[in-house]
Design a protein around this ligand. Structure first.
Ligand SMILES: Cc1ncc(COP(=O)(O)O)c(C=O)c1O
Length: 461
C-alpha cells in the first residue's frame, strides 16, 4: 500500500494567500481605482453582487475578451480557462456570433413574435438533442423554473426532488439541503419566507435506496438533476446510477429533467447523448447562444401529450411561465449559429484531446508535488479536487472542498496571466484553446504547487 500524501501545512496556504493578495493589489491599480468609484453606485461595487465573491481584494475589471484572451483595466493579458463559468465556453465573442449579432441588430431584436430562424432552430434542437418539443428562456434558471411548473401541471403532483449539493440557478424550489440527514432550507437564502422542504425532497447523488424511498410515495412530479454534479465540485455517477434513476422515476410516475447547463462539456449533444440517457425534460443554458443570454428546455412526446391534456383543462389566466424577452430574434439568430457551427463533432473533437492532455498534465503535477489531491474531468471541463479520492455525493464534495487552497491557486494563476475559476478551480478548454495555452496553465500551476509543496518545479520552463 502506498502512503497518502501529507496534508499541506495550513501556514503555507495562508502565507501564499497573503502574498498573492498583496501582489494582486500592487499589480492592479486601475482595477483598484475603478472599484472605489463603482462602490458609490452598485451593490458591493459590482453590477451583480456575487462578482465580489472571487476572493480577490477587489474585483478585476475586464476591458476586453476575445477567444481565450482577456485584457484587464491595467492592460494585463490573460489566457482564460474560466470562460465566464461556461457562459463563454465556445470562446469569447466567436466571430460567427459577432456577425449574427450585427446582422440581427439591423433587423430588430425583439418583437414578441416568432421570426425567420424559429423553424430552423426548432429542427436543429430536436435533431441535436433528440427531443421533439422546445421553448426558449433568457437563463437556465428560468428554464429550470419553467420545467418545474410544467412538470407539476402535467403530473398533478406538487413536489420535486433534487440532489444534495446541487445548483440549478436562482430557483427557489431547489434550495434545500440535508443537514444530519434532515432537509432544511439552504442557509443564507436572502428574503426566503417559505419552508422550501414542504415541496422539495433532497437525496444524495448515487444513493439509489434513498432515491427509491423518496419516490415511492408517488407524490413527486419531477427529479431535477445534473448528469454529473458540477456545482459542489464534480461528482461522477456510479456505473448504473443513471439507469436506476431512469427506471425508478418511470416506476413511480415521476418525470426526469437532466440539466446539461455545465455538462454540455461532454460532447455536442451533452452528457445525455454521449451516454445515451433518456430524460423527459432537457435543460441547457449559458453557452447555447454563444454568450447572448438564452436557454432552452425540451421535452418528450409523452410529456407533450400530458402538457396538452393539462392545457386543455386548465382555468384561463396567466400561466406564470415565461418572460417578455424570451424567445426573441437575437437569441434565435445566435442559437442557430451555435447549433450549426459550434455544437459539432469536429469542434469538440479537437478541444477534447487538449482537455485530455490537460488532465494528464494535472495528474503528473499532483504526483510530482506529492499533494493529497486528484483530478476529475467531464469532457472539456477539468477540476482539481483537494482530496486523494473523488467524492461520491454532494456531502462528500462539500467536505473535500478546500476554499483557501482554491483561492490561493486561483490568485496565483491570476497574478501570472492565467484565469481559472476561484471556486473548485475549474478549467474549461474551448475551441480556441491551443496546446501552448494548456502548457502555460500547467507551467503556472507547477510553480503554484511548488509553493504549496515546497518541492522544486517539475516542468523546465
Ligand atoms: C447546472 C446549472 N443549471 C442552471 C444554472 C443557472 O444558470 P443561469 O445562472 O445562467 O441562470 C447553473 C448556473 O451555474 C448551473 O450550473
Amino acid at each position: 500500500m502506498t502512503a497518502s500524501p501529507p496534508a499541506i501545512p495550513s501556514g503555507r496556504i495562508t502565507a501564499m494567500l497573503q502574498s498573492e493578495r498583496a501582489r494582486f493589489e500592487e499589480r492592479n491599480p486601475c482595477s483598484g481605482a475603478l472599484a472605489q468609484r463603482t462602490a458609490a453606485h452598485w451593490l458591493r461595487g459590482v453590477p451583480m453582487h456575487w462578482m465580489v465573491d472571487w476572493g480577490t481584494p477587489f474585483p478585476l475589471f475586464i476591458e476586453a475578451a476575445q477567444g481565450v484572451a482577456l485584457t484587464d483595466a491595467d492592460g494585463h493579458a490573460y489566457v482564460d480557462f474560466c470562460l465566464g463559468d461556461t457562459g463563454a465556453m465556445f470562446g469569447h465573442s466567436p466571430p460567427a456570433i459577432a456577425d449574427a449579432i450585427t446582422r440581427q441588430a439591423a433587423r430588430g431584436l425583439t418583437t414578441m413574435l416568432p421570426g425567420p430562424d424559429t423553424a430552423i432552430v426548432g429542427e436543429l434542437l430536436s435533431r441535436r438533442f433528440k427531443l421533439p418539443f422546445w421553448q426558449v428562456t433568457a437563463t437556465a434558471s428560468d428554464a429550470n423554473r419553467s420545467v418545474i411548473r410544467w412538470a407539476r401541471g402535467a403530473t398533478g403532483r406538487a413536489k420535486i426532488l433534487v440532489m444534495q449539493g446541487c445548483y440549478h440557478g436562482a430557483v427557489d424550489d431547489t434550495f434545500v439541503t440535508l443537514e444530519n440527514g434532515r432537509p432544511r432550507n439552504r442557509p443564507g437564502l436572502v428574503g426566503e419566507v417559505r419552508d422550501v422542504t414542504q415541496h422539495t425532497a433532497v437525496v444524495e447523488f448515487n444513493d439509489i435506496p434513498a432515491l427509491e424511498k423518496a419516490l415511492a410515495g408517488e407524490d413527486i412530479a419531477l427529479v431535477l438533476a445534473e448528469p454529473v454534479m458540477t456545482n459542489c465540485g464534480m461528482v461522477l455517477p456510479d456505473p448504473g446510477y443513471h439507469d436506476a434513476l431512469r427506471a425508478l422515476t418511470r416506476k413511480y410516475g415521476t418525470l426526469l429533467c437532466i440539466d446539461e447547463t455545465h455538462t454540455i462539456s461532454s460532447g455536442p449533444g451533452g452528457y445525455t447523448a454521449t451516454h445515451g440517457l433518456d430524460p423527459d425534460f432537457f435543460v441547457l443554458g449559458k453557452p447555447i447562444a454563444g454568450g447572448v443570454p438564452a436557454a432552452i428546455y425540451g421535452w418528450s412526446a409523452p410529456v407533450d401529450a400530458l402538457i396538452k391534456a393539462y392545457l386543455g383543462n386548465r382555468e384561463p389566466g396567466y400561466s406564470g411561465i415565461g418572460t417578455t424577452l424570451s424567445g426573441n430574434a437575437l437569441q434565435l439568430a445566435c442559437m442557430r449559429v451555435v447549433l450549426e457551427q459550434i455544437l459539432t463533432d469536429d469542434v469538440y473533437g479537437a478541444a477534447m484531446s487538449l482537455a485530455e492532455s490537460l488532465q494528464a498534465g494535472l495528474r503528473d503535477l499532483i504526483t510530482h508535488h506529492n499533494l493529497p489531491w486528484s483530478v476529475v474531468r467531464v469532457g472539456l471541463r477539468a477540476e482539481i479536487v483537494a482530496a486523494s479520492q473523488l467524492p461520491r455525493n454532494g456531502t462528500e464534495a462539500l467536505l473535500f472542498a478546500h476554499s483557501e487552497v482554491e483561492h490561493a491557486l486561483h490568485l496565483f494563476c491570476l497574478n501570472r496571466g492565467v484565469l481559472i475559476t476561484p471556486f473548485h478551480n475549474m478549467m474549461l478548454v474551448c475551441p480556441q484553446t491551443r496546446a501552448e495555452h494548456v502548457a502555460r496553465l500547467l507551467d503556472v500551476l507547477d510553480h503554484g504547487m511548488s509553493v504549496l509543496s515546497s518541492r522544486p518545479i517539475m516542468r523546465s520552463n
